[in-house]
Design a binder for this molecule. Structure first.
Ligand SMILES: Cc1ncc(COP(=O)(O)O)c(C=O)c1O
Length: 392
């Protein structure tokens, strides 16, 4: 038999950086060592009982048990249109400008297939959510990385993008509130971004998955910016806002042509979202405003506790402006984020994510996730607080 060969696309997908860390984690867990896992972006908080009741009731309806071969239920698209309008004062046409997704990742990754040709450029921030890189590789696009630097408030410096790239780029991924750096994007930056992208004909894939996980400043939608609808598609997620990571539902909204193209890609790949999940998501948008408020309060308390604890323990550069992450500079004596992550796991029983996993410019940082309760965070702080760390 001929040997099975993987495609060049698959070959190009980056190796799984955390394999060794995962192996060590499973090894320790198997031996009964209890670890505090601050690595995952999956909230420990559960969906409200009311929402689960809707899911259960809707699952019993025959129509919901069949293929959902459409662009999402009208009542869900309408709820999205109303929610966006209430939250951002943006008007959308629920027929042409809103598209439910099987989670925002699904849409973000499929999006270039509709608009970027082989060897055209996609601009991707470094560090950033790894899904963007995978999307570009699967679309056989070229990647141009823009750096998100601490000294630039973790915003990309658009002026530094060479003219040749500006002219050749078809798409840019932008994500604020930002995973992993926690930064927010000020309005001035978004205005500059829209002007830049309109001028050079670059489609903006604006990832707003964390729009509701904020503390002081309310994050903006790119669609609030004049001219954005000419060029942008914004992605939202129920995963973070309503703690529905396993449900797999999100949406895209914005420019009609972009919605249409993504829908065409999707109709060739998937067969819609389980109707009962769509009903549950609609219910959350319409009735679960208090859930989101309470979630923000819980995350804020965790953030305050954890950041204060780190600072008391001599961590100097700690960022936690939005999202449920803490982005912290490594203690000086550690040369790489992988080395530090291994050390935390072996010596402190804490699982965290090395910054380099988000791209080259994430090196020098570590990401902690606030997706465990305060008791566990207090325990983690106690584990971190000892001589070795204090000597940094
Ligand atoms: C920045 C960002 N965008 C998108 C996603 C994907 O979210 P989902 O597919 O669950 O909606 C994540 C998940 O961690 C994320 O961090």
């Amino acid at each position: 038999m001929k040997k099975i060969k993987i495609s060049s696309r698959l070959k190009k997908l980056p190796p799984y950086l955390f394999a060794e860390i995962d192996r060590e984690k499973h090894y320790l867990e198997k031996r009964g060592v209890s670890l505090i896992d601050l690595s995952i972006g999956d909230p420990d908080i559960t969906v409200s009982k009311r929402a689960i009741d809707i899911l259960y009731k809707s699952a019993k309806i025959k129509e919901n048990q069949k293929y959902a071969l459409d662009k999402g239920k009208l009542n869900l698209r309408r709820a999205i249109r109303r929610w966006i309008n209430k939250r951002f004062r943006v008007q959308l046409d629920e027929e042409k400008e809103v598209l439910p997704l099987i989670g925002s990742k699904e849409g973000l990754v499929h999006f270039p297939l509709g608009f970027v040709n082989k060897d055209e450029y996609i601009i991707i921030p470094s560090p950033s959510y790894p899904g963007y890189r995978g999307a570009a590789i699967l679309a056989e696009a070229k990647i141009y990385e823009v750096e998100l630097r601490e000294e630039n408030q973790f915003l990309p410096d658009l002026d530094k993008i060479p003219l040749t790239i500006r002219n050749k780029a078809k798409m840019i991924y932008v994500n604020y509130p930002n995973n992993p750096t926690t930064a927010l994007a000020p309005k001035q930056f978004l205005e500059k971004l829209v002007k830049f992208c309109v001028k050079y004909g670059i489609i903006i894939a604006y990832d707003n998955a964390y729009s509701e996980i904020y503390f002081d400043q309310r994050p903006l939608s790119i669609l609030e910016i004049k001219g954005a609808k000419e060029i942008a598609l914004e992605f939202h997620s129920f995963s973070k806002t309503f703690c529905m990571t396993g449900f797999r539902i999100g949406w895209a909204c914005g420019n009609k042509k972009l919605v249409e193209g993504l829908l065409k890609v999707k109709t060739n790949i998937d067969s819609g979202i389980f109707g009962a999940i769509q009903e549950c998501a609609r219910f959350c948008l319409e009735k679960e405003g208090n859930f989101v408020r309470d979630l923000r309060k819980i995350i804020r308390e965790r953030r305050d506790l954890f950041v204060e604890g780190l600072r008391e323990n001599n961590w100097r550069k700690v960022y936690a402006d939005a999202t449920f992450y803490v982005w912290a500079k490594l203690p000086k004596r550690f040369k790489s984020s992988i080395e530090f992550t291994k050390y935390l796991l072996k010596e402190r029983r804490i699982v965290a994510t090395p910054g380099v996993g988000f791209g080259k410019c994430g090196e020098g940082f570590i990401r902690f996730s606030l997706t465990v309760d305060k008791q566990k965070l207090i325990k983690a702080l106690a584990l971190l607080k000892n001589r070795l760390i204090l000597t940094i």
